[in-house]
Design a protein around this ligand. Structure first.
Ligand SMILES: Nc1nc2c(ncn2[C@@H]2O[C@H](COP(=O)(O)OP(=O)(O)OP(=O)(O)O)[C@@H](O)[C@H]2O)c(=O)[nH]1
Length: 681
């Protein structure tokens, strides 16, 4: 902040005004536009002047923010502008269409991040994200942009790009007034693009189509424009061609954000309502909450109240993201920022929750809050049983930062002590497993993922079952319902047949197929979530040579003829290998699974039978032959009775081994059910 301004600069004034006893800082701020300072004026921090529109005499604490000067004294990131000069937007794109690259370029062009501090893809700052090149958690950044000599504050809210995190996408869209729709000009509209555009349209966002990667020789912007118009029905006459990599079209995008996206509603005088669009756990400060102020204002020291979790705290720190955190005194309706309030777990400040003041609560919370419901469950067991307490600690720590992660202890005679964990989807599951192994140095055995079944019992009770080995006995249950998803696949027409076959094999029910362009079709199926968990996505990619994309939404539960398939190894049931399958597939899955396990389990010193059973009935069986130790090797010639004696002794030894049943089952075996060959199904 500059102490004094001379002629020739354009300054933006932030004024605290007093009208009687009332304090209206935001009102005054929003009435002001940048003020060119003439040669006769020198403004200082305590200048007196009038705000003409309301004729309010203004004096005392006058804060002057000068974009040019401010930059010199390192304060430009605290840029304050009237609400009419704020633009909140996000970027929606299919994976790999260049969202992060474009975000980086916007930060660079606006000077928000200097080139030298620029790590590639600044917004994706989790290591895992950077390695996998995918955005998992959302982040935000405030940028300062001069347009027609006026400073604008552009808040970019980054969105995750994977279906598992679609709820978080919906909340970040709800925090914006506009969105850049980034489509790869060499590829076209993909399933994920569609899903996110529909979400944005539902939220009434102004959408600016951007055609990225026009530097590529294969780019066909005209074709892609036609595709967007036909498929989404969006007017693309003002679509912006760009290359995020080469920096082409970035200024046009920034101008379009200012010109086309509406400013936020000015509602600074209403009771506070702020929408949480992200939160993460910081070991030193507690949870850091990212939010957009929809109504009212929030300042340091305020007693705040989270409307869904019913918790209240004092805000220790309030600030903006630029993209590093910078403290400010107060944030007003329309602004985006962060707060910390010594909150112990992200579950208390969940994405989608509404923050209000404890003493002046808003009447209604903001719409759209949803509890995170895990869709996929699996067992996690430490390879070394001594690591159980460490696994529990690690899960507790991860949960502080991940409200969607659920876990409870699980014991199994085969596996020992472990946890049954719930995840939003498969990617979420992989991320958690990888973090446990990498960050906490744990060596884990994970069991095949399962969905949550609803079992209607004979006593009219309904129980939810996410662990196949705990399915109530056949005599106790009337029926089983399983979760069903609607899946939309977008594919070039050459692969339609093969993808329909895939969906059909996975018990899919055909719903609709339409050509979205001459060459590309959308195929809609309803199919059990259990059939999607596993290699469905890999299959879709390999059958379409990587060209098809998909998107799914959970639509509800449906009754189905399901039974439990148990596996016995060496005569002992191995619960973690139990799986729930459709009655029609039980025999083929049983056969395939025993064959696969035979391949995966190393041979032992004794013969190991591997059986698939329904109840007590064995439906498929394989046996792993023993590695036979030749006890007769040293006994050449000689008496036959001596040979017999040696063989008898060896057989007794084997029997003892059998009784102990020490079969080493490798990790891959627990995932075998996901990797069954298509032909045997
Ligand atoms: N040639 C070319 N390549 C680009 C351009 N923009 C992005 N890329 C490349 O495309 C790939 C994907 O870009 P990202 O920015 O990571 O894509 P994303 O949409 O953020 O992907 P997720 O984070 O997984 O959602 C990277 O290898 C980029 O270098 C562009 O304008 N031209």
């Amino acid at each position: 902040m500059a102490k004094e301004l001379c002629s020739g600069v354009t300054a933006l004034l932030s004024i605290n005004t007093w009208q009687g006893q009332q304090h209206h800082p935001h009102w005054a701020r929003s009435q002001l536009s940048p003020l060119p300072i003439s040669a006769t004026h020198r403004l200082t921090k305590h200048s007196r002047f009038r705000v003409d529109c309301q004729s309010v005499e203004t004096q005392a604490k006058t804060e002057i923010y000068d974009p040019e000067f401010g930059a010199k004294v390192g304060q430009d990131r605290l840029l304050k502008v009237p609400v009419s000069n704020i633009r909140n937007f996000c970027i929606i794109a299919h994976i790999d269409h260049g969202k992060s690259t474009l975000a980086d370029k916007l930060l660079q062009m606006t000077g928000t991040v200097q080139k030298r501090e620029m790590k590639e893809q600044f917004l994706d700052n989790m290591d895992l994200e950077r390695e996998r090149g995918i955005t998992i958690k959302l982040q935000a950044s405030r940028m300062r942009y001069m347009f027609e000599n006026e400073p604008y504050c552009l808040n970019l809210i980054d969105t995750p790009g994977h279906v598992d995190f679609s709820y978080e996408v919906s909340r970040s869209l709800a925090a914006c007034e506009g969105a850049l729709l980034v489509v790869d000009a060499s590829q076209g509209v993909e399933a994920q693009t569609l899903a996110n555009v529909y979400l944005a349209l539902e939220n009434n966002l102004e959408i600016i189509p951007v055609l990225n990667k026009i530097d590529l020789p294969g780019a066909e912007p005209d074709r892609v424009i036609r595709e967007i118009e036909e498929v989404i029905g969006l007017d693309c006459s003002k679509a912006i061609p760009c290359s995020a990599k080469e920096g082409i079209g970035i200024t046009e995008i920034l101008n379009a954000i200012v010109e086309r996206i509406p400013p936020p509603r000015d509602a600074a005088m209403s009771p506070l309502r702020a929408l949480i669009f992200d939160s993460y756990y910081d070991p030193y400060r507690g949870v850091i909450v990212y939010f957009r102020v929809i109504d009212g204002r929030i300042k340091k020291g305020d007693r705040i109240y989270f409307m869904a979790s019913n918790k209240d705290y004092f805000a220790d720190e309030v600030g903006v993201l630029s993209p590093n955190q910078l403290q400010v005194n107060e944030l007003y309706a329309g602004e985006v920022g962060y707060l910390s309030a010594s909150i112990r777990s992200v579950a208390d400040a969940r994405v989608g929750d509404t923050i209000t003041h404890y003493d002046r609560k808003a009447e209604r919370s903001l719409p759209g809050y949803e509890e995170a419901t895990p869709m996929v469950f699996c067992g996690l067991f430490p390879v070394d049983a001594d690591q159980f307490p460490e696994l529990r600690d690690a899960l507790e720590k991860l949960q502080l930062n991940d409200a969607a992660l659920k876990f409870e202890p699980e014991t199994s005679s085969a596996m020992g002590f472990g946890f049954r964990c719930g995840f939003l989807g498969l990617l979420h599951m992989e991320i958690v497993q990888e973090r446990l192994e990498r960050e906490y140095n744990l060596s884990l055995i994970t069991t095949a993922p399962s969905v949550v079944y609803r079992v209607n019992c004979v006593d009219n009770e309904t129980v939810e079952c996410s662990n196949p080995s705990l399915l109530p006995e056949p005599g106790q249950r009337r029926s089983i319902e399983e979760p069903v998803v609607k899946i939309e696949m977008l594919t070039p027409k050459d692969y339609i047949g093969s993808l329909m076959e895939l969906a059909q094999d996975r018990r899919g029910e055909f719903k609709e197929m339409k050509y979205i362009t001459e060459n590309r079709a959308s195929i809609i199926y309803e199919l059990p979530l259990a059939e999607m968990v596993g290699d469905f996505f890999d299959q879709l990619k390999s059958r379409s040579k990587g060209y098809a994309s998909m998107e799914y939404t959970f639509i509800g539960y449906k009754e189905s003829e399901l039974i439990k398939l148990d596996i016995q190894i060496n005569g002992e049931p191995v619960e973690p290998l139990s799986t729930i399958v459709h009655r029609d597939k039980a025999y083929s899955v049983g056969r395939a699974l025993t064959q696969k396990l035979k391949e995966l389990i190393p041979r032992q010193m004794f013969k190991v039978p591997i059986q698939a059973c329904i109840g007590s009935k064995v439906i498929a069986s394989e046996s792993l032959s023993a590695i036979r130790k030749d006890v007769l090797a040293k006994c050449y010639g000689g008496d036959i009775s001596r040979k017999k004696k040696l063989l008898k002794k060896q057989a007794e030894g084997k029997k003892r081994m059998k009784a102990i049943g020490k079969v080493d089952v490798p990790q891959e075996a627990f995932m075998a059910v996901l990797k069954l060959e298509k032909e045997v199904l």
